[in-house]
Design a protein around this ligand. Structure first.
Ligand SMILES: *Cc1c(COP(=O)(O)O)cnc(C)c1O
Length: 353
């Protein structure tokens, strides 16, 4: 399928590279294509970024039939632009589609669409250290219908925007509230899909934790409130003695690409990394014995987010004296080094635009 391109006649002023936040500024163009039952995906085009007009009854607004992805393009020292493992994001997008009864998109075509869009807006890729162009692909149900069933029509959009360095003054360990009341997902639910409903389910816990002075919550399993699942909207790792543990992909955990990359890196360094069930009791016990050395979240936005404190059941656990741990720092340096092409890319994770 051909991608038609309509360039904007009113380019927007670009924000300075120094004071970028997250998700507030959008580039000049967006990609859109449409799906109609019986016809498949059609009318792929890149057009000026702007509002779209819909019937108030479109299904996504009422029942949340939608999936999304998040990845970044980086401007490297030699001024080239690269993406980090976009093939993995597209694979996961299609897995999410399967779970939400949304028609799949073609992997190779989607990669080309993403590259083309970033290329059209390449001047929007910021160049200050730690900044990047965030890429948000998403698909949603557009049938104007209030009955509950999968939609027969969809829109697939990709929007992008420059985002700032997540950490302006180094990696700051955060305070985490271990959530024993609310859960984000259950086995058999939609926790493994990147879809809006999981985020809606997480807001209340996040709000309550904030009020108590915590940055994020640590999610436990939905049945026993015992086994660790994720931290906020990130996957989570614990360093216990000489073992690095991350919860196994059990169907309610989102299969993060940063998580996968960390596991692969740690293995390549000859470290002992386990994907297994880990209970909050095991973490407490390890902390009591002085064996809980580090904990950190992993995700595209922050890359590595060190945990400085965990609060559970009246107990306050301070990790590594509230400072960033050795393994957290090494993973952060290696991943960002690869992403900005300042380190070799032995795994083939980098895709030039
Ligand atoms: C996107 C996401 C992650 C992290 O995935 P990455 O591919 O590493 O960015 C983790 N948990 C949830 C709930 C997510 O939505």
């Amino acid at each position: 399928m051909e991608i038609k391109i309509e360039l904007t006649k009113n380019p927007k002023p670009k924000p300075s590279s120094e004071n970028l936040g997250f998700g507030q500024v959008f580039s000049d163009h967006m990609f859109i294509m449409e799906y109609t039952e019986g016809k498949g995906w059609h009318d792929a085009r890149i057009i000026p970024y702007g509002p779209l007009c819909y019937d108030p009854s479109i299904m996504v607004v009422h029942y949340g039939q939608t999936v999304f992805e998040g990845l970044k393009a980086y401007r490297t020292r030699n001024k080239g632009i690269v993406m980090f493992r976009p093939d993995e994001n597209i694979k996961r997008l299609n897995q999410s589609c399967d779970r939400l009864c949304i028609p799949r998109v073609d992997d190779e075509f989607t990669l080309q669409a993403m590259k083309k869009l970033v290329d059209v807006d390449r001047d929007w890729v910021p160049d200050a250290p730690g900044t990047s162009l965030y890429i948000r692909p998403f698909i949603y149900a557009t049938d104007p219908y209030l009955g509950v069933r999968p939609s027969n029509t969809y829109h697939f959009l990709i929007i992008t925007g420059p985002v700032g360095a997540y950490y302006k003054e180094g990696l700051n360990p955060v305070k985490i509230y271990v959530e024993s009341k609310y859960v984000r997902a259950v086995a058999g639910g939609i926790g493994a899909a990147k879809t809006a409903g999981n985020y809606a389910a997480s807001l209340k816990a996040q709000q309550d934790a904030k009020e108590l002075g915590y940055t994020q919550v640590l999610w436990l399993d939905g049945v026993e409130r015992k086994y660790v699942e994720e931290v906020g909207t990130m996957n989570v790792f614990f360093v216990i003695g000489d073992e690095i543990v991350t919860p196994e992909l059990n169907g309610s955990i989102l299969p993060g690409i940063t998580r996968k990359s960390c596991v692969e890196l740690l293995k390549s360094w000859g470290l002992k990394v386990s994907e297994r069930r880990i209970s909050i009791h095991e973490i407490c016990e390890a902390n009591d014995k002085g064996q809980l050395k580090e904990a950190f979240g992993t995700g595209t936005a922050a890359v590595i987010s060190p945990i400085g404190e965990l609060f559970w059941n009246g107990q306050r656990m301070i990790l590594n004296g509230g400072r960033i741990g050795e393994i957290s720092q090494r993973l952060y340096d290696e991943l960002t080094g690869i992403q900005y092409c300042e380190k070799p890319d032995p795994f083939g994770w980098i895709f030039p635009v």
